[in-house]
Design a protein around this ligand. Structure first.
Ligand code: ZN
Ligand code: ZN
Ligand code: ZN
Length: 380
C-alpha cells in the first residue's frame, strides 16, 4: 500500500546542494552558513544526528572551503556513513575538548554567518563568546529560498506524499476517512484514525491531524479534542506528515449528514477561492498574487473578515517553510516551488471551512499534488 520507494538521493545530489548553498551565501554577502541538526542538515547532507544531544554538531559551509562537519567523536562513524559524507571533511572532537575553539578555527573571525533557524542558543552564544567580532543572521531571513525550488526527485517525493495517484498517501487517507462514522465519536478518535491511515499509506512521521467539528472549526488552530461530533456538524480535516523524507499537508471540510444552504454556500465560496488561488500560480507571479486571488473571492462575497490567515506556505523536508503566500511577499514564483493553497472562512461560534492542496509551479502554471473531491463531501 505504500507505493514503490523513490530512487535514493546520491552523494552528488548532496554535494551539489552544499555547493549551491555556499554560493548563495557568498552572493548574500555572508562568510558562510552554520547548519544545525534538523531539516537544513538533512537536506544538505542526508545526515540526521541523534535527537536532543547537547554535544555540538555543526555543518560549516564557507565559500572557497570544502564543507566541514564539526561532530562529536562518538558520532563520527555514523556521520561518515551519511549519503552526503563523501563531500564532507569531518572535524571530530572528544568530550573534554572545546568544540567552539575547533569551530572558530574554521571561520572568518570577523564574518557574518547565516545560522539554521533551529540552532541551539547554547551553541550560538558560546560561538559568539569565542569569536566576539562575528555576527549572525537566521538562515530563512538570509536565504529564504534556499530549499524552496525543488528538483525532479524531490517533486516526485512530494507528489507521492500527497496524491493517491502517485503512490497513495494523504489523499488515500482522505478516501478512507470519508467512509468512517463521524457522528457520536469524539474528534480525537477520528484524529487517531487519520494518523493510522497516514502511517498505513507510507508516512514515517505524522505532524498533525486536525479534526475540528462544529464551532471548533471556526478556530484554525484547533487540533482535536473531546468534543463529540454530531449530526449537522461541519468538520474541518487537516492532516499531514513526512513520507520518504518529504511532506504532505491537505485539508478538506466534510459535513455530517445533509448540509444547510448556508453551509453549502460558504463551502462553495472557499472552493472558488481555492480555485482562484490555484489559477494565480504561474512562473513570475508574486507569492502575494496567490493570496490576493484567493482573498478577493472571499472578500467580494462579504466574508473577508472571516479569512484570518495567510493563503499558503512552502513544503519540502518540513511541512511549513518558505515561501509564504501572504500580502507583502513579492518573491516571484519559480518552477519547482511547492506550497499550499488553503483559504478558509471561520464563523465564530458556528463553523469553519478550509480547503487545502499542495501545488507546485510548472513551466506554464501550477499542478496540484492533491486531488481528492473538492465539492462538499457528506459523511455518516
Ligand atoms: Zn450542518
Ligand atoms: Zn494543512
Ligand atoms: Zn498547510
Amino acid at each position: 500500500m505504500t507505493g514503490t520507494a523513490p530512487v535514493p538521493f546520491t552523494a552528488d545530489d548532496y554535494a551539489a546542494r552544499m555547493e549551491r548553498a555556499a554560493r548563495q551565501a557568498a552572493d548574500a554577502g555572508l562568510a558562510g552558513l552554520l547548519v544545525a541538526p534538523g531539516p537544513d542538515m538533512v537536506w544538505l547532507t542526508g545526515y540526521t544526528p541523534p535527537a536532543d544531544t547537547e554535544r555540538l554538531t555543526l555543518l560549516v559551509l564557507a565559500p572557497g572551503r570544502p564543507p566541514e562537519l564539526v561532530v562529536p567523536a562518538l558520532e563520527a562513524p555514523d556521520a561518515g556513513r551519511a549519503t552526503g559524507a563523501p563531500a564532507l571533511t569531518l572535524r571530530d572532537w572528544t568530550d573534554g575538548k572545546d568544540p567552539y575553539a575547533l569551530t572558530a578555527a574554521l571561520l572568518d573571525a570577523r564574518g557574518r554567518f547565516g545560522v539554521s533557524d533551529n540552532a541551539w542558543a547554547l551553541h550560538l552564544l558560546a560561538l559568539q563568546r569565542t569569536l566576539p567580532d562575528t555576527s549572525y543572521v537566521a538562515l530563512t531571513e538570509a536565504l529564504p529560498m534556499l530549499r524552496a525550488v525543488k528538483d525532479a526527485a524531490e517533486l516526485e517525493r512530494l507528489a507521492a506524499a500527497g496524491a493517491a495517484a502517485a503512490g497513495a498517501a494523504a489523499d488515500a487517507a482522505f478516501e478512507e476517512i470519508r467512509q468512517v462514522r463521524f457522528s457520536g465519536r469524539p474528534e480525537s478518535e477520528v484524529a487517531a484514525d487519520l494518523a493510522g491511515l497516514l502511517r498505513r499509506f507510507g508516512h514515517s512521521q505524522v505532524d498533525f491531524t486536525i479534526v475540528a467539528s462544529g464551532p471548533n472549526g471556526a478556530n484554525p488552530h484547533h487540533e482535536a479534542g473531546d468534543r463529540r461530533i454530531e449530526r449537522g456538524d461541519m468538520v474541518v480535516l487537516d492532516f499531514g506528515g513526512l513520507k520518504d523524507g518529504y511532506g504532505s499537508d491537505t485539508s478538506r471540510t466534510v459535513h455530517v449528514g445533509e448540509p444547510t444552504d448556508e453551509e453549502r454556500r460558504v463551502h462553495d465560496l472557499v472552493r472558488e477561492a481555492q480555485e482562484a488561488g490555484f489559477r494565480a500560480v504561474r512562473p513570475g507571479a508574486a507569492c502575494q498574487d496567490v493570496d490576493r486571488a484567493a482573498r478577493a473571492v472571499i472578500a467580494d462575497a462579504g466574508y473577508g473578515e472571516y479569512f484570518i490567515h495567510r493563503t499558503g506556505h512552502g513544503i519540502g523536508v518540513t511541512t511549513h517553510e518558505p515561501p509564504y503566500m501572504i500580502e507583502g511577499e513579492e518573491q516571484p514564483l519559480v518552477p519547482g516551488m511547492c506550497f499550499s493553497v488553503e483559504p478558509g472562512v471561520y464563523l465564530p461560534g458556528r463553523f469553519g471551512v478550509r480547503i487545502e492542496d499542495i501545488v507546485t509551479v510548472t513551466e506554464d502554471g501550477g499542478r496540484r499534488l492533491n486531488d481528492t473531491e473538492r465539492e462538499l463531501v457528506t459523511v455518516a
